[in-house]
Design a protein around this ligand. Structure first.
Ligand SMILES: [Zn+2]
Length: 616
């Protein structure tokens, strides 16, 4: 029993073990139920979830930690106990009045979520109502050749706002009251401070600068789109359609689904990335009964225990349909992304499992920085020339890369401004005086922010962004913006220092040393500055957006030719050692396993290839 232990060092050790135990029990059940494995049990899932929540929410344990902190401690013990306190404070509210308020907020959020899930979303076209999820509505908006249909789909997206706004207003007010009672300026301020370790003011100093510097680029891109496709292309229901091309289809032959695992493994190995003896389960394909969202979780967080190194265990799933056009490209980007998260968490070397788990106090910005940096490589000519090969062994032609860049580069700023609109909107909401938090005002502000930040109404109306509604994901969208800023700053740093990123083992070494080893024990901004020797800013991102297309294409062509000459460091099918056991699974079926295959990972990949081939 932790509560009765009197020695701090014994407490620390048992605490770490207990956390590891409840964390793993829950995550193992999470995987079993979501993958619908034999013998999985919903009641075990909720029992173990309850145990994890109870542990993280144990106010008595927090008090005990705080008691220990008043004693004489070794620096190592103090550090551990401070971390426990920090973790607990992400989950425990000590003031009884605040506890009551939080209960009320949870209840209202659950009601809103329930209502939103049951909303009959869709669009009316040619007198007929079509049920459609928000994902489908957006697909219609970017693919339908009929403007009237796109317009109707957009109206469907706009119908979410009026539906959620009334309850959302009540939630905003309560969240603010709650944050103020805990001593914060507003709810947004509280969330930023808890997640990132710096306040709202510091955050918006960075975001305002990015907004200011990217504004002229936005204007230029909007003018360009209007010039090329006509002024009506700027309407929210026409924008995505007018930019969409057939590039996905043309790229498809060079990204065969069954080769994605091998390409990811070889390119990570060439970057010098290893996984410190971790194990990874990969369940990539869709099937009946499988959970309908992809995810990557870590049942076993890596840590340095008193008995020695404990490697991480990763479960990773996606919903690929190998025969669908574009599935190979998506699978590859997902592998680079989630494989990046996994590399990060596998290489956290600290004396507690709390530093290497994905929940708070690990921030979104810190976590996404790793995965977004690694998936960004797929867009580089230097990467595609080495790894984008068709089934019959032909490398992606330069002309296709050039077309992709010409189609997309000049409009990239739209994505930045669309991301930026969310934190600007949320800041305004939580800064409104309580008596002004009304449905009319909130809907008006949503439109105003879209006009100001995106230059016109957005194809994705702000009130349709699901993140702003639920507690966990509200007031954290800025994390993605910060991560993308850091991705560009990190890329700039490596390119300046080493000249190249793809297939450069120094990159993996630096990521491990500067970004991964510390886990969440260090502040994200400090980590970025530690590697790049500069405070985090949007300058590197702005520079990429400002780059002239012709100049960029010229440079990329040189990179393409260089990469063709050099070839990938590890050839297709060659054995690489990621210091990881990779199990390729499909529900209960283990398709291949690098630990038992005589040819290791490359053997496991070729068995998987054959398995995919027989699916068709
Ligand atoms: Zn991610």
């Amino acid at each position: 029993m932790l509560a009765t232990i009197t020695s701090p060092s014994e407490f620390i050790e048992k605490f770490n073990r207990k956390y590891e135990l409840v964390h793993k029990a829950y995550e193992d059940n999470f995987w079993a139920t979501k993958m619908n494995l034999q013998g999985n049990s919903i009641s075990e899932l909720s029992r173990t979830k309850g145990e994890l929540d109870e542990f993280l929410g144990d106010a008595k344990l927090l008090e005990k930690v705080q008691e220990f902190l008043k004693q004489d401690l070794s620096p190592k013990e103090r550090r551990s106990l401070k971390t426990f306190e920090r973790v607990f404070k992400c989950y425990i509210i000590q003031d009884p009045k605040a506890v009551e308020m939080k209960k009320q907020i949870d209840k209202m959020e659950a009601e809103l979520e329930h209502a939103r899930n049951n909303l009959k979303l869709g669009y009316t076209y040619k007198g007929e109502f079509h049920l459609a999820s928000s994902v489908l509505l957006r697909t219609v908006m970017s693919t339908s050749d009929e403007e009237e249909e796109r317009k109707a789909a957009y109206a469907g997206m706009r119908s979410i706002g009026p539906f959620v706004v009334e309850k959302f207003c009540e939630i905003i007010k309560l969240r603010n009251r709650f944050a103020k009672s805990c001593g914060y300026e507003c709810f947004y301020d509280m969330k930023v401070l808890n997640a990132e370790g710096f306040n709202k003011k510091a955050l918006f100093k960075i975001l305002d600068d990015l907004e200011l510097k990217s504004r002229p680029i936005l204007e230029k891109a909007r003018n360009l789109l209007a010039e090329r496709k006509g002024k009506q292309a700027l309407e929210p229901y026409n924008m995505n359609y007018s930019m969409a091309g057939d590039i996905t289809k043309q790229l498809d032959p060079y990204f065969p689904f069954e080769n994605a695992v091998d390409a990811w493994a070889r390119s990570f190995a060439a970057l010098g990335i290893t996984y410190a003896n971790a194990t990874m389960n990969l369940d990539l394909c869709d099937r009946q009964g499988k959970y309908s969202n992809g995810f990557c979780h870590w049942p076993q967080p890596a840590w340095q225990s008193p008995e020695g190194w404990v490697p991480s265990q990763t479960n990773f799933t996606s919903l690929a349909t190998p025969s669908a056009v574009g599935s190979g490209y998506t699978a590859l980007v997902t592998l680079m992304h989630e494989g990046g998260h996994a590399a990060h968490f596998a290489n956290v070397v600290q004396d507690s499992p709390l530093y290497s788990q994905e929940r708070a106090p690990t921030s979104v910005a810190y976590a996404e920085n790793q995965s977004m940096f690694l998936d960004s490589l797929v867009g580089d000519a230097a990467w595609m020339a080495r790894y984008a090969y068709s089934r019959d062994g032909k490398v992606i032609p330069w002309e296709l890369i050039e077309k992709k860049k010409r189609d997309q580069n000049e409009y990239e700023v739209f994505q930045l401004r669309s991301m930026l609109a969310v934190p600007f909107f949320e800041r305004k909401l939580y800064e409104l005086p309580e008596d002004q938090v009304t449905p009319e005002n909130v809907m008006r502000i949503a439109d105003e922010v879209e006009m100001q930040i995106q230059g016109g109404l957005s194809p994705r109306p702000l009130l349709s962004v699901p993140h702003i509604l639920s507690d966990e994901s509200s007031a954290y969208y800025h994390g993605y913006v910060l991560a993308e800023m850091s991705v560009h700053q990190t890329r700039e740093h490596f390119l300046k220092t080493y000249g190249e990123i793809v297939d450069n083992p120094k990159v993996g070494k630096d990521l491990t040393e500067y970004y991964w080893k510390s886990g969440n024990s260090e502040n994200f901004l400090d980590l970025v500055q530690g590697l790049t020797k500069k405070p985090l800013s949007g300058d590197a991102w702005i520079q990429v957006l400002q780059e002239d297309v012709e100049g960029h294409i010229k440079l990329e062509k040189i990179e393409y030719e260089k990469a063709i000459k050099a070839g990938p460091k590890f050839k297709a099918g060659e054995t690489v050692d990621l210091k990881m056991r990779v199990r390729l699974v499909h529900g209960d079926l283990v398709i291949s396993d690098s630990a038992t295959d005589p040819k290791g990972l490359s053997g496991a990949c070729s068995v998987y290839k054959n398995w995919v081939a027989q699916l068709k």
